[in-house]
Design a protein around this ligand. Structure first.
Ligand code: NAD
Length: 338
């Protein structure tokens, strides 16, 4: 079967890592009809829009996208394409598995965390205004509806994937109303799942506990902003942003993308690690029930990482993106047919 999938290369290292991933999927024999669409600076140059209608129409048709990172200008310029896309498509759940990989040496071997981040509201509502010169108000929106929806997602996922514990992360000691509503909503869902251990942590304390002993946590359930920050912290536990994948999920639509951004400091140098986007694509293949191809690619990736000879600089090696991709493709080609 041929799958029609929207491909958003993005900018910065986006085109480098998406090209690598498209190549691996092709070599693995997954039949995909890619509909390439542009967003952010690349589409602004072409069409004058950062989130063009054609892109949204493409995903409305395919219900599925693989997305490279898109730069968001800091303190000025267009609003975040990433936030806009998640809101426009109601991709309410951001799922980010954070796992140790074979051959990637870190102080925390065996780490296996799952971040579930609310993806549509909180301070990312983008509601800001100047009250008087020198005073800005940024509105943090928390609703019972979105908090309950993400809590259901986290607990249902935990049940389906045999995860033992869900930890809600908050700052309700200070934001008693907003984070308080998030917690109340999560607690009511937790009560319906007595088989899953449920606990709560204040966001600053959990950061310390995660970097000292991540093994005490399992599924982390967070509102949008804390989810964004804690994701990067957790990436640091397993080898960095080059190795952590993600999925933005809605009722009928899924956009798979790595946790990392456009990495302007290394863009164009051919040294970006495509592992995070490749692992996001593996989540996409699982979603498409292409599990045999996903398993072949996962094995190939793990063999290359374990061997250690073709690692990109973020993992301490000297390989380029294409050296690393070539090595994975060779392993895929050498794998016995499924
Ligand atoms: P970043 O994630 O782009 O980079 C942080 C650090 O990690 C950099 O040193 C970078 O070189 C390194 N890194 C990231 N991905 C890597 C990879 N695949 N291989 C090797 N090293 C990698 O974060 P930033 O620099 O804070 O953000 C840059 C831009 O990306 C900003 O405009 C930001 O808004 C945007 N961003 C986009 C997304 C997205 O599209 N989903 C996510 C996060 C940030």
């Amino acid at each position: 079967m041929t799958h029609e999938i929207t491909l958003i290369p993005g900018d910065g290292i986006g085109p480098e890592v998406t090209e690598a991933v498209v190549r691996v999927l092709h070599v693995a024999g997954v039949r995909i009809d890619w509909d390439t669409q542009h967003a952010g600076v690349t589409s602004l140059e072409r069409s004058g829009e950062s989130l063009p209608r054609e892109l949204l129409d493409s995903i409305a048709r395919t219900h599925l996208a693989l997305k490279g990172p898109v730069t968001t200008p800091i303190g000025q310029g267009f609003t975040s394409v990433n936030v806009g896309l998640r809101k426009a498509l109601t991709l309410f759940a951001n799922l980010r598995p954070v796992r140790s990989l074979p051959g990637v040496v870190t102080p925390f071997p065996g780490t296996d965390l799952l971040i579930v981040r609310e993806n549509t509201e909180d301070l990312y509502a983008g509601l800001e205004h100047v009250v008087v010169p020198g005073v800005v108000e940024s509105l943090k929106i928390i609703t019972k509806e979105a908090s309950t929806r993400i809590a259901h997602f986290a607990f249902d996922y935990a049940v389906r994937h045999r995860r033992a514990r869900v930890t809600a992360i908050h700052k309700a000691n200070i934001m008693k109303l907003g984070d308080g509503l998030f917690l109340d909503s999560v607690r009511s869902v937790a009560r319906a799942h007595p088989a899953i251990v449920y606990d709560e942590r204040i966001v600053d304390a959990v950061c310390m506990q995660l970097v000292m002993n991540p093994g005490r946590f399992d599924v982390l359930l967070l509102p949008n902003l804390y989810g964004d920050i804690v994701s990067d912290l957790c990436a640091g536990l397993v080898g960095g942003l080059g190795v952590v994948p993600g999925a933005n999920l809605g009722e009928h639509t899924a956009v798979f993308e790595a946790v990392h951004g456009s990495a302007p400091d290394i863009a164009g140098q051919g040294v970006a690690n495509p592992t995070a986007l490749l692992m996001s694509a593996l989540m996409m293949l699982d979603h498409l029930e292409e599990s045999a191809a996903a398993a072949t690619i996962r094995d190939a990736l793990e063999r290359v990482l374990s061997r250690g000879t073709d690692r990109t600089p973020d993992l301490g090696g000297t390989a380029t993106t294409s050296d690393f991709t070539d090595a994975i493709c060779r392993e895929v080609e050498a794998a016995p047919a499924a």
